[in-house]
Design a protein. Structure first.
Lengths: 447, 1070
């Protein structure tokens, strides 16, 4: 059937209804916190479908959040991020009395997200249904709000487009050199190219440079027994062996799988290849942010603020982590174990396609947990339900920091990281988190 | 009359739907009585997820089981009972399975072979099975023919009751002791998640390792290990062929392996052992190797080989299915894991008599026949040339990219975990891989013409195992195809009496009864046809044990030579066509001269190179990592080579330019040997990648000076290492280099005559598609003065030549994406001249002047890219390069397009394009959306029209034929189109008082999409009609990428010096 025709007819009907009831078209529009969650969830869902790598996903989250937040910050209770984030200038002021601030925030979030994801149709269907309801309720307010949101989106987009993302697309790919035994090389089963080797060229928001929190060096590469590096290598192997023996229901394997957060796991069954797709580490912490806001019954404005601050930490976290990854270019345990210890060994999680040091999940978990702790306090217990759509169970945590500790350790259990990447990654992330907490002031007065 | 034609046309159009091509006619099951269907049913317990070869289909064997002169058909079903159909004549068959007792008792049957295993004159039937996975039960079965249309299963008695993962078997006499031994082809089933080291093949695994079974009279003995047969877990054996590939009298084995394991080329050592010599004879192979077949297609009396893969032909399928590896993955798989070069397409290997094969599938037009299973090379239209029938199809394409990346995750995962059965809905989203079977008409040369849809109707079947036989005894070859979930198909050959034939069957008393391994040479009208009787051919099948020749309209065959496996031979003379001969070996005579001996070589390699120990090492720079869409590497132009007296002692010395960060070398000649000169000044310039050099006296001190041009693409144009340098000779040493006249950039060529120097610019670093300057300099007052500077094109080579016969040396320049340029020398400047005739644009690589047509004037030989490539070009449908900032990110990208049916398609995959231009993912959410899009559809008409556009009208190497000053391009013969031709040199190599031209080439700087241009063995060109390939002359050029050929005099004797990229130099005496 002709979809377009149906769409046209539907629009016509909507217009007709609008026209007939135009005198009644003055209802107040309620924007709820849940609407923001829905918008974020929708974007997450599309990102999983479109397959965004973890660093790129962090970028898809952060800019729409900032656009939404900057609109909220037009209220007096919040500080604008202009001047607080690198090169961000103030968005246009609200001049129209009819602008609905929360609606504008949501619109800006949706509109900027749409520019960042690929499968626009999927988001547009969602957006259009929202828009038609709003317009139906109060078209004057809707139009004024939309026009304002559009201005803000252009403003943020202009800033966003100067973050060197486009330039990094055309920068050199990572070159494998197997003559250097410590240098990262592609891993089974897909032997994918290294992801985002130039991500450290992306403009950070709070960090003064990608290398501000350059972690200490990993133990010097060596395949000699009794060296710190080789011990860490054998640790990955023995831990994996031990927990495999314990079985799939062991706590360690449960932890590894819960925090896998690999957006693209390539699976081959027989002659069949397919992808097992999950959310990224950043998305997982966005999920936790939602859970915390829900538990805390944060209002719309605080929710947007919390998402914004957390996603800034995640965004800068990936830049910092990727800076180190392609500085040290360290080889993954899977390559070394197959080469030197056990050629049959496979890690419990699929090794993601980029160098080992430091652990991205550890850095991001460190950053996000620190920011969330600063907002909600330590010992904020929560049930983490964010992996349910991906077939994983709920896990409960006494605090964000404990969750971050577990997320970091999951990389050892998963067989994809050495201990140094976990320990140093966590502290790298926590440093970034603290910097964001200290440098990004969302409220005029400290709570 | 007109009316009659009209009626004829009407009648024709009425019967158009009849399943009939001009050569093959479908025989309906109702008519033939062959009502066989290999119905494969997926269940919760058993489907494509549990067994990767679930859709590989059954087998078919053809042979006369009751010796009534009519070949019978045996068909195996994977899950159902096998069937034997007795030929009653007139293409009518009777199912005698039950009375014959050959239905089989195994759960999963695969290939089948008919062979006289017990040598009693009656064909027995062997059936392969998969046992031991998925609850598959049973064992391979050997049905011994009782001689009365009944059989007894005796596999255990003979020791052939394997319970392994077998797909096919071949019976052949490897030890020439007169009985049939057996090779059993097994396949791995473990998921190829990681490549694993290549040495996995050395560790024998019971279920998956191939077996060689020696016939010891009443039973077979497993001799696999002592015979050197691999038995690893990574051998996905799908293709099997037995032929005496090296013609030493002992049958050899070719095994085609699926996935990352290499194919095996087992050469029979004659002592009961085999040696895998794949890498010595094959530059590269098919990757997902499936069925194969061997036959002499070019009438030289040596078996050529075709190995199938799964490359589709249609844009829509190519761009939506997983294709080749990335450049880097291939590097990893070859360098790190030790596998050979493999590419996803059919390969046609032309036998070169104990030197490496030439791989010509792209040039021959047979590289892409989609998901292909079986190839049978025979003369179906009986015109005297070998044709090809290729069966193909898969119910669903599991390598569909949308399925892998988008559909599967959401639809199939839960199902897999819960029910194991693939969700039908998900399967429906996988596109069908049903493609018509292909038939190619042979021409006797390397070219094949696609006659699918003409010779036979295009079908919509999933066709697999195929066998031939003359089912109706009318002299031509009919085909039987085992299809998946559809009736087996009999294709009746209708050639009948329209072309002549000869059929030979064999009967032996001292050797295997049916004469398996017998070679037949047929000579008619000066044409040789050669065949060897082997029955296991194609895929999971064996064909009728006969040898068949076609002769077109020729009515007598001058002679037939028959060489039996025991090397006894017999000659038949003046044989009439259109008959079947049963040849007995009782008249055969011993003859020991059948072993091939190569003739004396013109060139002899000087093994120690007389001290020139230079090995060019290319640096690790990968152009594709910086310019993802560049069509080929421009950083592999070296080494530079120049020969001249570099220390003023009257002997010729050598300059060899190295790649980036490797020191260039000077070798000085002393008493007929060479010594490395430690030149400090040259060493200091190691950072430069030296690609071309010239030697001339610049400062008029009668001593040779050295000019060096650089490239490498690593540094920007203005970088100090990118300067064109001059070293002046002082006291037999070179002084510090000087930059010549501010000339910087990626050059390709520097040439000099007494007065002028030309420097050709090739590319601009990181901006492939931009045209750099080229330069002409003049020697003035002991220094070089720039007189001209112009963007001529992407220059690759140039010569001084007086093309207008005015006594002054003019300049001819060639390059990529351009026509050859003729620059006339006019009072100190060189001015571009229109030359009349037909100069085509090409990816020109090299040029030399030579009177190739021997008519007294000078022609110009031109090296091009070659036509053995996925790239295509013609004047009507040129290869194109669009250069533009397509996505307005400030970076210009080169997009190369080929023309298919009038539309232009980028050769790049969607992933590579979208990595560079991410917003394309917004325009195309799925691979299906992108697949089949023309460049205009992708980028818009306006953008394409505003792009800088380059064209190539021909990829063929050839020559500009001089016809009274007009020049017309004439392509060389096929053998010179195998790879890019990089260099020419002129000399009287054969000492006949006349000069010849020697040429060399090959190029590896391409992504796996293009494969590997490694097949050109070089050639000696005496005239347009007289060309000899280098492998027949003693030249070791194949699998190496040549850069320069030159003559050097050592102790006043001429030698040939050849340089290669990333290789040792070679020195030859002649």
């Amino acid at each position: 059937m002709n979809f377009k025709l149906i769409k046209k007819r539907f629009l016509l009907a909507v217009l007709l209804v609008n026209f007939l009831f135009s005198c009644k078209n003055e209802e107040p529009i309620d924007i709820e916190t849940n609407d923001f969650f829905k918008s974020v969830d929708k974007v997450t869902e599309i990102m999983v479908h479109d397959i965004f790598s973890p660093p790129v996903a962090s970028r898809v989250y952060v800019y729409p959040n900032i656009a939404a937040y900057e609109i909220i910050a037009q209220k007096e209770d919040y500080n604008s991020l202009a001047g607080q984030l690198t090169n961000l200038t103030a968005i246009p002021k609200i001049e129209q009395p009819n602008v609905h601030i929360e609606m504008a925030a949501l619109m800006a979030h949706l509109e900027l997200s749409k520019k960042l994801i690929f499968s626009e149709d999927k988001l547009m269907t969602y957006r259009d249904s929202l828009y038609s309801v709003w317009e139906d309720k109060n078209s004057t307010q809707f139009k004024a709000t939309k026009s304002y949101a559009t201005q803000v989106v252009s403003h943020i987009e202009e800033w966003m487009n100067q973050d060197h993302y486009a330039q990094t697309r055309t920068m050199p790919k990572y070159t494998v050199n197997t003559n250097d035994p410590s240098r990262w090389q592609p891993t089974p089963p897909a032997y994918m190219d290294a992801i985002e080797p130039n991500w450290n060229k992306i403009r950070p928001m709070v960090l003064d440079s990608a290398s501000q929190f350059k972690p200490e060096k990993h133990p010097e590469f060596s395949l000699k027994k009794n060296t710190a590096f080789f011990k860490e290598l054998t640790e990955v192997y023995t831990v994996s062996k031990e927990i495999t023996k314990k079985g799939d229901n062991s706590e360690e394997i449960q932890i590894a799988q819960f925090w896998d957060c690999n957006p693209y796991v390539s699976v081959t069954r027989g002659h069949l290849m397919f992808a097992s797709k999950k959310i990224t580490p950043g998305a997982h912490w966005i999920g936790i942010t939602k859970i915390a806001c829900q538990k805390n019954t944060s209002n719309f404005d605080d929710t947007v603020a919390t998402f914004t601050k957390t996603s800034i930490g995640i965004f800068d976290g990936f830049i910092s982590c990727w800076d180190e990854k392609y500085r040290s270019n360290l080889i993954r345990p899977e390559t070394l174990i197959n080469e030197h210890i056990d050629e049959e060994w496979k890690p419990i999680l699929q090794t993601p396609p980029f160098p080992e040091y430091t652990s991205g999940h550890s850095v991001v978990s460190g950053a996000a947990s620190t920011i969330l702790t600063s907002i909600f306090g330590d010992n904020f217990a929560f049930d983490d339900t964010s992996e349910i759509p991906y077939g994983l169970p709920v896990r409960s945590f006494p605090s964000f920091n404990k969750a971050a500790d577990e997320a970091a350790m999951s990389r050892l259990y998963g067989g994809i990281h050495y201990m140094a990447a976990i320990v140093n990654g966590l502290s790298q992330g926590r440093n970034i988190g603290s910097l964001v907490v200290n440098n990004v002031q969302l409220k005029p007065t400290k709570e | 009359m007109n009316r009659a034609i009209c009626i004829g046309i009407i009648l024709l159009s009425m019967v158009r739907c009849k399943p009939e091509g001009s050569v093959f006619k479908n025989v309906p099951p109702k008519q033939s009585g062959v009502d066989f269907i290999n119905q494969v049913t997926a269940t919760d317990e058993l489907n494509i997820l549990d067994y990767l070869y679930f859709y590989n289909g059954g087998g078919v064997s053809i042979g006369d089981i009751n010796n009534d002169g009519l070949p019978d058909i045996y068909l195996t079903a994977n899950q159902l009972k096998n069937k034997l159909y007795l030929n009653k004549g007139n293409l009518q068959f009777e199912d005698i399975t039950t009375t014959a007792g050959v239905a089989g008792n195994s759960t999963w049957n695969t290939g089948t072979v008919m062979a006289d295993v017990n040598n009693d004159g009656f064909l027995d039937i062997y059936v392969c099975t998969v046992v031991g996975i998925n609850g598959f039960d049973g064992h391979n079965e050997l049905f011994i023919n009782n001689g009365d249309n009944t059989f007894s299963e005796q596999s255990a008695k003979y020791g052939l009751d394997f319970d392994t993962y077998s797909s096919s078997a071949a019976f052949f006499d490897y030890d020439l002791d007169g009985d049939l031994d057996m090779y059993l082809l097994n396949h791995a089933v473990h998921t190829p998640e990681s490549f694993g080291k290549v040495d996995l093949r050395n560790r024998r695994t019971y279920e998956t390792g191939d077996r060689l079974m020696r016939n010891d009279g009443t039973t077979f003995t497993d001799v696999s290990e002592e015979a050197g047969i691999y038995g690893g877990i990574n051998g996905y054996g799908l293709g099997l062929n037995i032929s005496d590939f090296n013609k030493d009298g002992y049958p050899d084995i070719y095994v085609g392996n699926d996935f990352h394991e290499d194919d095996y080329y087992y050469i029979n050592q004659g002592d009961g052992t085999f040696k895998n010599e794949l890498t010595a004879y094959f530059g590269h192979t098919s990757r997902f190797s499936m069925g194969n077949d061997a036959a002499d297609i070019n009438h030289d009396g040596w078996p050529d080989l075709m190995s199938l893969d799964m490359l589709p032909q249609e844009e829509k399928s190519i761009k939506s299915t997983e294709g080749d590896d990335s450049y880097q993955t291939l590097q990893l798989r070859t360098k790190q894991f030790g596998y050979h070069y493999q590419y996803t397409r059919n390969m046609l290997y032309i036998n070169q008599k104990n030197t490496p094969y030439l791989e010509t599938a792209l040039l021959s037009g047979v590289a892409a026949t989609d998901w292909s299973w079986s190839v049978l090379i025979e003369d179906y239209n009986q015109d005297g040339n070998q044709d090809m029938f290729i069966s193909n199809g898969i119910p669903k394409r599991p390598n569909d990219l949308d399925f892998i990346k988008f559909v599967s995750s959401e639809k199939i995962r839960k199902k897999i975990n819960q029910t194991k059965l693939v969700d039908q809905e998900a399967l429906n989203m996988m596109p069908s891989g049903k493609t018509h079977n292909y038939v190619y008409e042979g021409t006797g040369t390397l070219a094949f013409n696609d006659q699918s849809g003409k010779w036979l109707v295009k079908d919509n079947l999933v066709s697999g195992a195929t066998a031939f036989g003359d089912l109706d005894n009318d002299g031509d070859l009919d085909l039987v195809i085992n299809n998946l979930n559809e009736s087996a198909l009999i294709l009746e050959n209708k050639t009948n009496a329209s072309a002549n034939y000869l059929k030979l069957a064999f009967k032996s008393t001292e050797q295997n009864a049916k004469g398996i391994g017998t070679k037949v040479y047929s000579y008619h009208n000066g044409i040789l046809q050669y065949k060897e009787l082997t029955t296991t051919r194609g895929f999971q099948a064996s064909s009728e044990p006969i040898v068949h020749f076609g002769y077109g309209q020729h009515t007598t065959i001058d002679s037939i030579k028959i060489v039996w496996p025991n090397q006894k031979e017999q000659m038949l003379r003046s044989i009439a066509v259109n008959q079947t001969l049963l040849i007995d070996d009782n008249k055969a005579q011993k003859n020991n001269q059948n072993v091939y001996e190569s003739s004396a070589n013109l060139f002899t390699k000087v093994e120690d190179n007389l001290g020139i120990d230079f090995v060019h090492k290319e640096d690790a720079y990968v152009d594709f990592h910086r310019q993802r869409l560049i069509p080929y590497k421009v950083s592999e132009q070296g080494p530079a080579l120049a020969v001249g007296d570099l220390n003023h002692d009257g002997t010729e010395d050598i300059f060899l330019g190295s790649s980036h960060r490797q020191p260039s070398r000077i070798y000085l000649q002393k008493e007929g040997l060479f010594q490395l000169q430690k030149s400090k000044t040259v060493y200091q310039d190691s950072i430069a990648e030296d690609v071309s050099a010239a030697i001339m006296d610049i400062n008029n001190d009668k001593k040779s000076d050295l000019l060096v041009a650089t490239a490498g693409s690593v540094f920007p144009e203005n970088h100090i290492s990118m300067s064109t340098r001059l070293y002046l000779q002082e006291d037999a040493q070179f002084g510090k280099a000087k930059t010549i006249e501010d000339i910087f950039g990626n050059s390709s060529i520097i040439i000099s005559d007494e007065e002028y120097v030309f420097v050709g610019g090739h590319t601009v670093t990181n901006k492939y598609g931009e045209i750099p300057n080229s330069y002409i300099l003049r020697k003035e007052n002991g220094t070089l003065k720039k007189i001209q500077e112009f963007p001529l094109g992407m220059i690759t080579d140039a010569i001084w030549s007086d093309f207008n016969q005015d006594g002054k040396k003019d300049l001819i320049v060639v390059g990529e994406w351009m026509t050859p340029l003729f620059l006339e020398h006019q009072q100190g400047t060189f001015v571009e001249q229109e030359v009349s005739g037909e100069l085509l644009s090409g990816l020109w690589q090299s040029i030399i002047s030579y009177d190739i047509d021997q008519d007294g004037d000078i022609d110009y030989l031109l090296g091009n890219w070659g036509t053995n490539s996925k790239l295509t070009a013609s004047s009507k449908f040129p290869l194109k390069l669009y250069y533009n900032d397509f996505n307005k990110d400030g970076v210009y990208d080169p997009i190369v397009t080929i023309n298919k049916h009038g539309d232009e398609y980028a050769i790049t995959t969607f992933d590579d394009l979208a990595l560079q231009m991410p917003d394309l993912r917004k325009k195309y959410n799925t691979y299906q959306d992108f697949a089949g899009q023309t460049v205009v559809q992708i980028f818009g008409k306006e953008v394409i029209e505003k792009s800088e556009t380059f064209e190539v009208q021909t990829l063929a190497s050839g020559y500009l034929k001089n016809e009274k000053g007009n020049f017309y391009f004439v392509p060389f013969q096929e053998e010179l189109q195998l790879a890019p031709i990089k260099t020419f040199v002129k000399y009287d190599f054969d000492h006949d008082g006349k000069q010849e031209v020697l040429t060399a080439g090959n190029f590896f700087g391409v992504i796996p999409y293009h494969g590997r241009f490694d097949s050109f063995p070089g050639a000696l060109i005496q005239s347009d009609a007289q060309i000899q390939l280098g492998n027949t002359l003693g030249l070791d050029f194949q699998f190496k990428s040549a850069r320069h050929l030159t003559i050097i005099h050592i102790n006043k004797k001429p030698y040939l010096l050849a340089t290669f990229n990333n290789e040792k130099v070679q020195l030859y005496e002649f």
